[in-house]
Design a protein around this ligand. Sequence first.
Ligand code: FAD
Ligand code: NAP
Ligand code: SF4
Length: 677
Amino acid sequence: MSSPHFPHLLAPLDLGFIQLRNRVVMGSMHTGLEDRFWNYGKLAAYFAERARGGVGLIVTGGISPNRTGWLLPFGGTLNCHADTLNHRRVTRAVHREGGRIVMQILHAGRYGYHPLQKSASPIRSPITPYRPKQMTESDIRSTIRDFARCARLAKLAGYDGVEIMGSEGYLLNQFLCRRTNQRTDDWGGDIVARMRLPLEIVKAIRAATGDQFLILYRLSLLDLVEEGNTWDEIVAVARGLQEAGIHILNTGIGWHEARIPTIVTSVPRAAFREITGRMRRELKIPVIASNRINTPEVAEDILASGDADLVSMARPLLADPHFVIKAASGRADEINTCIACNQACLDHTFSMKRATCLVNPRACFETERTASAARTTKRIAVVGAGPAGLACATTAAERGHRVTLFDAAEHIGGQFEIARRIPGKEEFAETLRYFGRRIETTGVELRLNHRVERTELEAGNYDEIVIATGIRPRTPAIAGIDHPKVLSYLDVLARGAPVGASVAVIGAGGIGFDVSEFLVHDASHERDNSIAEWMDEWGVDPTSSTPGGLKPALRPNSPRKVYLLQRKNSRVGAGLGKTSGWVHRLTLQHREVEMIAGVEYERIDDLGLHIRVNGEPRLLEVDHVVICAGQESLRELYPEPPAREGGRYHLIGGAEHAAELDAKRAIRQGSELASRL
Ligand code: FAD
Ligand code: NAP
Ligand code: SF4
């Protein structure tokens, strides 16, 4: 696949015994489908769609070589012939679409969420409740044999190769670093001894599978934990792996237990590309760049500048299976870009739910969430161009309906248009760009600056009417709520109301956190997306001259003092996303936001906000109080019965149910309704 649009990204790669059609690697992601044999049909459909979409090389989610290596109890394992039959469904489906696929072998070591886990040393990880047993010499020998058997079975199942998972703090990473390897035998000590297990595994796999079977190794280029490796040690390992016979080095950044974010949306795009570039110059084999690469432009730039030979994108291919084809055919502006929110992928995985995608609810549900062409063309009115209305209008139009989409605002996006103004959430604008383009390609008639009244809907003679009018912010009943120093989050974020040097934020849900984030950044609220500044703030030494690549952090100053308050006694921020909430909390802590739980609100007056905390009165002498106390549905256009009888009226998104609403639910509801109309 060659194209004038992204010549480096779409250039084939010839490894002699195997050719990849382009430089796009779909990185490994645990979807939950790989853990149960009855889901392999769905897994095959999921991968086949990405192969059809032009991906050069697919890497499966991690499969354990034995029970000790399980990530979760009874997780996907390949250790006997019978298992190869399920995997064959996957490999056949991908090969039928002209794709290539390698199976990732993952031994979780002390990250296993079960009591059978073992590691280099008996040191418990901060993210699992179990203390691992120390592997004996015999355990190590059998682990090497299990990796080799697993690779041999993968070959039998039709995979083009395997990827050995050696980064993110899993078993092989645990052997590589002093932090988790304190052995005094031949498998611990200096880096030569610590890298013995990975090298022996590569040699054993090579011996078991021959020269014509791809071997990738994913190596951590920055551990981002104390007692991680230094750059010299990491280079020594990479060279050792090259010598031992791997064909391609894939890269990883940071252990799962690291307290430095590596993939959430606030991490600058391609933040770690230079480190990959440095490694590439140390090796002869191709090197893959990863982490926060989500557009073809960024990927092309990495390859053109010589920082890598291939790019790994995992979540971006959940978000849009046709990423490559769109890029190749000059339709990059139609790509549904991953906004790195983690809300439906990693957050699901860590809650033991099947992964999917906030912006593409079809991901991992390819055989279930389908939208076939409509049998009869209907006239449909969709009121509200927030995420729910956008998904509904475009999906319905794609099915052949004639859709008019109204919004009172001058732009599409609803609350998502406000979310994108939060420092660190700039990526959200991509979803609006995507829907804007999709409105054009599907032929939706868009009517902005148009507040719809009920009479207009009735007079319009529509076959179906979808109310997606969203929410209004809740106004809590606090004495003094009408005081001039009280602002709503919309005043601050959407209307640009000036905010003083000290602020109390009432309500510590997602929006309270976002508003606080907005307030602790500079007046212009323009986030400095410089990679160097981001690394300084988080204490990342990109040269990794220190163990783990850590350096003292330079905490930025906040332009104002912020108090973030909630009534509950639970930890502030406990309800935020599983894999991103800790980043939001740390970001606010870095800027000295005072988070207070167990608050009773007494009154607001000229002095400030009077509260009680655990019964004790306290005055917060603030210039402003910003209300982020949740939301209520806005559904005046939804008629009462009997006017709505006949099934013409539909409610979706915040208009249907405001509590615990997020864009994930809004987009899914909009898409699902449209596929039924
Ligand atoms: P809305 O987005 O509220 O859209 C409703 C639309 O209807 C509006 O555009 C409005 O103008 C229009 N409308 C209303 N009445 C009429 C009328 N009579 N005529 C015409 N048009 C009308 N969600 C996440 O999942 N992840 C996040 O990280 C996240 N961050 C957020 C950050 C902030 C600061 C905010 C405010 C929200 C955030 N959200 C986030 C929430 C998310 O944006 C909402 O859940 C989502 O937008 C709800 O979608 P909706 O389509 O139901 O309603
Ligand atoms: P929310 O998550 O429901 O939080 C509302 C907050 O207001 C809570 O902290 C609640 O805590 C407080 N509150 C509720 N009623 C109150 C009252 N009467 N008086 C004073 N305080 C009150 O809602 P939100 O922050 O508005 O967010 C809306 C939705 O957007 C959320 O469901 C969320 O999923 C989504 N969102 C997600 C993200 C994200 O990063 N994923 C970011 C922003 C928004 P107490 O009752 O304990 O005080
Ligand atoms: Fe990307 Fe969010 Fe979709 Fe995950 S859920 S793939 S992070 S857009």
